[in-house]
Write a protein that binds this ligand. Structure first.
Ligand code: PHE
Ligand code: CO
Length: 291
């Protein structure tokens, strides 16, 4: 991986950090429920762990226990290994405690945010090995479905894989690729790749197909569906098809892409996307339900 050494040099990190690009933090989308008023220019907030109620900790524990029953059958081995070490199922985790072991493992940290954040600060965080985690938890009536990512999705779905070296390096490269795609006006294509890998990706293992996408790992229903159900398509990893395939955010996926390993994901996304974006830009998007 030619640019992996650059990624770990402090010099490169300074270049990645571009605070002048960050818009003033505000909730531009009135449908987002987080409180953006106390956010820093990079959208970071304090976690204020003491403000969580006993009911919220109990709901987090309930979600965690429900998903934990499914993961041995449906989650990829890297995720299972990490969640075992984390031991974070009793209450909403303290991010500062997680960061002590996470930064030691792969150089990543998690940063508390009020909710979804704009692309530029999101990619900047990833490029600097910081994963934004939403501070608020869903309401009890939302245990089965939630439209915006909350602390359960972000933590349970995304954080364990940050302990895996290869995955962690790949996600950092993705962040840098996001900043580059912004300049190339190709965010839409790159967002599809994120969707079909980081959020809804499947992995072929010796024991069968398993989930590594966070949207699957945190889902009460789709985690079994994506592995067991005969209806959705499961395609082998195919970069250009992923960049072109549209997606629905409001129901189970029609199509999943299956990687062999995080090493494959890293390897196949390493080439310069500039000529690929230029070529694909004028082609129509593909229908995820197409045969
Ligand atoms: N290689 C991609 C580019 O040149 C960047 C990238 C890396 C995108 C990893 C996604 C994942 O733009
Ligand atoms: Co997510």
């Amino acid at each position: 991986m030619e640019n992996r050494s650059e990624a770990s040099s402090g010099k490169k990190r300074e270049i990645i950090e571009n605070p002048t690009q960050a818009p003033p933090p505000m909730n531009t989308d009135p449908t987002l429920r987080g409180d953006y008023t106390k956010a820093a220019p990079d959208y970071a907030v304090e976690q204020d762990w003491s403000a969580y109620t006993a009911e919220e900790h109990a709901l987090f524990r309930r979600l965690y226990e429900r998903q934990s029953k499914l993961v041995s059958r449906y989650a990829c081995p890297e995720w299972i290994e990490a969640i075992g070490r984390l031991d974070a199922g009793r209450e909403i985790p303290k991010f500062c405690e997680i960061n002590r072991s996470l930064s030691r493992a792969t150089g990543w940290t998690i940063v508390a945010v009020p909710g979804l954040i704009p692309d530029a600060p999101f990619f900047t965080h990833l490029a600097n090995r910081r994963f934004p985690v939403t501070v608020w938890l869903r309401k009890p009536e939302e245990v089965d479905y939630i439209a915006e990512p909350d602390v359960f999705h972000d933590f349970f779905g995304h954080v364990p894989l940050l302990y895996d070296r290869v995955y962690a390096d790949h996600l950092c490269e993705y962040g840098k690729g996001g900043l580059k795609a912004t300049r190339l006006d190709a965010i839409g294509m790159l967002a599809r790749l994120y969707w079909y890998t980081i959020e809804f990706g499947l992995m072929q293992t010796g024991a069968g197909v398993r989930a590594y996408g966070a949207g699957l790992l945190s889902s009460g229903g789709e985690l079994a569906y994506c592995v067991d159900d005969a209806r959705p398509r499961r395609r082998p990893f195919e970069l250009e098809r992923m960049l072109r395939t549209g997606y629905r955010i409001d129901r189970y996926q029609d199509c999943y892409f299956v990687i062999d390993s995080f090493a494959q994901l890293m390897r196949e996304t390493a080439p310069d996307f500039t000529p690929i974006y230029a070529r694909l830009r004028h082609l129509p998007a593909l229908d995820p339900s197409a045969p």
